[in-house]
Design a protein around this ligand. Sequence first.
Ligand SMILES: Cc1cc2nc3c(=O)[nH]c(=O)nc-3n(C[C@H](O)[C@H](O)[C@H](O)COP(=O)(O)OP(=O)(O)OC[C@H]3O[C@@H](n4cnc5c(N)ncnc54)[C@H](O)[C@@H]3O)c2cc1C
Length: 559
Amino acid sequence: MTAPGAPEAAGGLAGPGGPARPVILTVDDDPGVSRAVARDLRRKYGERHRIVRAESGDAALDALRQIKLRGEQVAVLLADYRMPEMNGIEFLEQAMDIYPGARRALLTAYADTGAAIDAINVVDLDYYLLKPWDPPEEKLYPVVDSLLESWLSADHRPVEELKVVGHRWSARSSEVREFLARNQVPYRWYPSDEAEGKRLLDAAETDGMTLPVVITPDGEPLVGPSDAELAGRVGLATTPSGPAGLGAAVYGASEGLRTVLVERTATGGQAGQSSRIENYLGFPDGVSGAQLTDRARRQATKFGAELLTTREVTGLEVHGPARIVRFSDGTAIHAHAVILATGVAYRQLAAPGCNDLTGTGVFYGSALTEATGCTGHDVYIVGGANSAGQAAVYLSRTARSVTILVRGPSLRKSMSHYLVEQIEKIPSITVRTCTEIAEAHGDGHLERLTLRDRNTGGTEVVDAQWLFVFIGAAPLTGWLDGVVHRDERGFVLTGPDLAAGSERVAGWSLDRAPYHLETSVPGIFVAGDVRAESAKRVASAVGEGAMAVMLVHRYLERA
Ligand SMILES: Cc1cc2nc3c(=O)[nH]c(=O)nc-3n(C[C@H](O)[C@H](O)[C@H](O)COP(=O)(O)OP(=O)(O)OC[C@H]3O[C@@H](n4cnc5c(N)ncnc54)[C@H](O)[C@@H]3O)c2cc1C
């Protein structure tokens, strides 16, 4: 018997030594309903999952904390919407802090569906279920099946105990953490100069000269692993690319094309680095880039797209109707059509010292993974566009102060109005206009910056351990030299932009003009930021990915 409101574990606790079954937690203030949901869940999932039920949001949160302390996993949270004191949305919001990876569903009465729809954005709700859920075979189980499936594919990888031992100021340690974080691989970080880190290095029988050392869940140390090695060892077969590539993969696969999405390094492209995208359609409360692209990855996989990760494309060749995509490891794929969605890469700061200190205090776009390291420190951000603004807002939550350095006289020309307003309201953020970095100094890691006033030429040296740079980006399209036409900055020209004044596109042999997103080579298309004159926004990248697929269909029909 359990006290009213106290959580009750159905199906028993894990026995000593055996791995705990991932939890499905249900919370409903009506004891009858609560018992009935738990009974139905237990009937189908009791063997593989521990069903925990609670009769109030507070009791459910207590249960989650205990489960967390025991190091167990929570797969699904199923909350009633109408509960006194704490409603289902409020509960799920707090539960997200404890178990961000758990899938979330709300149980609602018909009259509350409006609230449930709102919750899709507030707590990133996966589903809402209408009461009554009878028969469970039709209404409850398909939903829970799908929640479990997506939880298993995204979070239930055998890597909970992955350990990364590294040095705060080792560039490669930083890269590896960012790689894992962007791929949503949970890991624990152990500084190599602290007791536990030293102990792990000893146990791994390494001298700590090559860092980081990544210790797999089954205890195997990987000394200074490459991204490809890491991906292989932690079972990352399914990491996504940028929004344009993902958009094309989802539409390509769902429209019946055999689709392969190739990604060089991390997840989500640039969007994966955005702490909060607020202008993407359908997400009025914003969505993190990692969340958005992870959902897209699941969608692409669901439709049957094949995702190849840590594979860099280094060549594209045209042999009759074949378009051959070559990889850096010497392998290749033959395709009928190719969509280039390679986006852009960060432009580097030219000031002396910055190059040497990259990854050891000077970071390009990696504000998210480094945020905890910045706690209580003074942070500098270079750049005046939205990415710099978002990073400033994000880092201001943990840093002692954030200083945005802008070359121009104001942020207003380059940054969205809503972000400028947010920044003005955060007291710990200072904006220094007409200021640039003259030099970065440090022995092994960033220690000081020389700032130059662009009006007076006067300089000032400030102590600084953290510098995040967001000064725009350039396409890395050198490998397309001699294959497709590009503009003077390297962006790939398509459709009407190819002719630019002349009647015919040089080298174009067909009796039709290139389609809107088609390059100077028939059957090679472009979507997203790498396209000349593109909008440089997530929504337009996704849209172009979808549109490129439609044009591929048209091309294949007439080829
Ligand atoms: C910090 C930040 C915040 C942003 N915030 C917003 C926002 O709030 N709203 C908004 O609309 N836009 C925002 N943007 C812009 C938005 O992210 C981009 O417009 C969008 O990501 C472009 O998508 P893409 O797929 O064209 O390119 P990318 O996102 O750049 O993706 C390209 C992908 O291709 C891969 N790749 C490149 N070359 C190769 C190769 N040779 N072989 C294999 N793979 C390769 C890259 O690794 C990358 O994953 C932001 C950008 C940044 C950096």
